[in-house]
Design a protein around this ligand. Structure first.
Ligand SMILES: Cc1cc2nc3c(=O)[nH]c(=O)nc-3n(C[C@H](O)[C@H](O)[C@H](O)COP(=O)(O)OP(=O)(O)OC[C@H]3O[C@@H](n4cnc5c(N)ncnc54)[C@H](O)[C@@H]3O)c2cc1C
Length: 389
């Protein structure tokens, strides 16, 4: 049976002037600011905060935020272009930009009240503040709705106790949107989203993770010990936090699809170039069918991932539900990013296994994309529920 997917009759395959401008701007920026430093950041796991301030000046920290709140006011096509162009060079910087834009900033943009938007969006969109978003806990990742971090009401305040882990910008974030339990376990309306600023008593960062890839993107624990937060910091209504999160993740998955697409494209381009330059048996290795067919498969996968990702972006721009389409884009793009990066390392041979060439990093970074913002198995749950409906 065919899956009931939204029509793409309005989808344009043309690259807009804005997309061209974003592509050129990021290429220049990456050449000057990211490429010369990225291996040092990767080796030492440095999260380069000043770089994010500079990206704020370029409008990359509030891509989807309307201009009235200090953002760039772009749509999802421009957003996907921005994330994939950054990830083509460095996946970990792409991941951090994606998490800042679509999780923390995206949650406030979609669900916060006007006063909260005016207070937080200009700081986030300018890159003056870096945002974090906390849903995952040590014992509840895929099963996030089973979370145990609790907020208990005391008058106009809530007292929060518990911990969130694997949080992007858990240490360096200036503000976090955190989803915690305010009702009973098992009730999807028993969770509430709070905006919590760094420095709030009882709110601290814990362990920073030492990771396989995405090493310049900071991942750390958030700890709450009798953390007292005013009820004005609640986003939307008490009990809406988990439902809001699922909607935020629908958009977030387009981000991770874009991130995957950029990593796959970067690995493919590096392998294509190398295959023409590297000679064995007095011929460029691209002349061997074993290599050229690999390149054909890589190019086809990258194009298919691009189409799925931009289709989800197009639907999101038109205000349509993207639950199914963003899951498909995220599942496919992340899985092929791992495959394409693996093939790229193979095409580079022994040199691909060294840190002198970029493909080993694409290979390490790509793997996160099949895990973060819902594993591939969870995307298949979402897709299968939709096709079996
Ligand atoms: C670098 C990085 C950055 C992250 N950033 C953030 C962030 O900013 N904010 C945040 O809230 N979280 C963040 N996360 C957490 C991330 O979203 C979770 O790691 C992810 O959702 C998986 O949860 P888990 O790690 O607990 O794995 P688990 O849920 O324990 O899953 C383990 C395995 O079991 C499988 N599995 C689980 N349930 C099912 C099922 N029903 N059917 C089939 N298979 C299943 C999974 O697919 C996986 O293969 C980040 C993680 C990483 C690694």
């Amino acid at each position: 049976m065919a899956v009931a997917i939204e029509s793409t009759e309005y989808m344009s395959f043309d690259i807009s002037e804005n997309q061209k401008m974003i592509t050129d701007m990021i290429r220049d920026f990456a050449e000057a600011e990211i490429k010369p430093n990225m291996m040092e950041w990767d080796e030492a796991q440095i999260f380069p905060v000043p770089l994010f301030r500079k990206m704020g000046d370029l409008g990359l920290m509030g891509v989807l935020v309307p201009e009235v709140y200090g953002g760039s006011g772009f749509g999802y096509a421009e957003y996907v272009t921005a994330i994939s162009e950054i990830a083509k060079v460095d996946g970990s910087i792409g991941l951090s930009v994606a998490a800042h834009n679509s999780l923390c900033t995206g949650h406030i943009l979609q669900f916060a009240n006007e006063a909260q938007k005016q207070k937080y969006l200009p700081k986030l969109a300018s890159g003056q503040w870096i945002g974090a978003w906390g849903l995952t806990e040590p014992n509840t990742g895929s099963d996030a709705g089973n979370m145990r971090t609790v907020a208990k009401q005391e008058g106009d305040y809530y007292i929060i106790n518990g911990a969130k882990n694997f949080i992007t910008h858990g240490k360096s974030g200036d503000v976090a949107v955190v989803i915690v339990r305010t009702g009973v376990v098992g009730d999807s309306h028993g969770m509430t989203a709070f905006i919590i600023e760094k420095g709030t008593p009882g709110f601290s960062a814990g362990k920073k993770e030492n990771k396989l890839g995405m090493r310049a993107s900071e991942t750390a624990e958030l700890i709450f010990t009798d953390c007292k937060v005013h009820k004005d910091q609640i986003i939307g209504e008490v009990g809406d936090g988990f439902v809001q999160s699922l909607k935020v993740l629908d958009g977030g998955r387009i981000s991770i699809a874009a991130l995957s697409l950029g990593i796959a494209q970067g690995a493919y381009e590096a392998a294509l170039l190398y295959s023409k330059e590297r000679h064995q048996f007095n011929k460029p290795i691209s002349s061997f069918q074993g290599i050229s067919f690999k390149l054909a498969d890589m190019a086809t996968k990258v194009e298919a991932a691009r189409l799925l990702t931009f289709r989800a972006a197009d639907l999101k721009n038109r205000g349509k539900s993207v639950n199914l389409e963003s899951a498909m884009a995220k599942l496919y793009a992340s899985e092929i990013a791992v495959e394409v990066a693996n093939d790229a390392v193979q095409i580079f041979g022994g040199y691909g296994y060294t840190k002198d060439f970029p493909v080993e990093k694409f290979y390490r970074d790509a793997k996160l994309c099949t895990i973060g913002e819902g594993t591939s198995e969870i995307q298949k749950l979402v897709i299968s529920r939709a096709v079996l409906k």
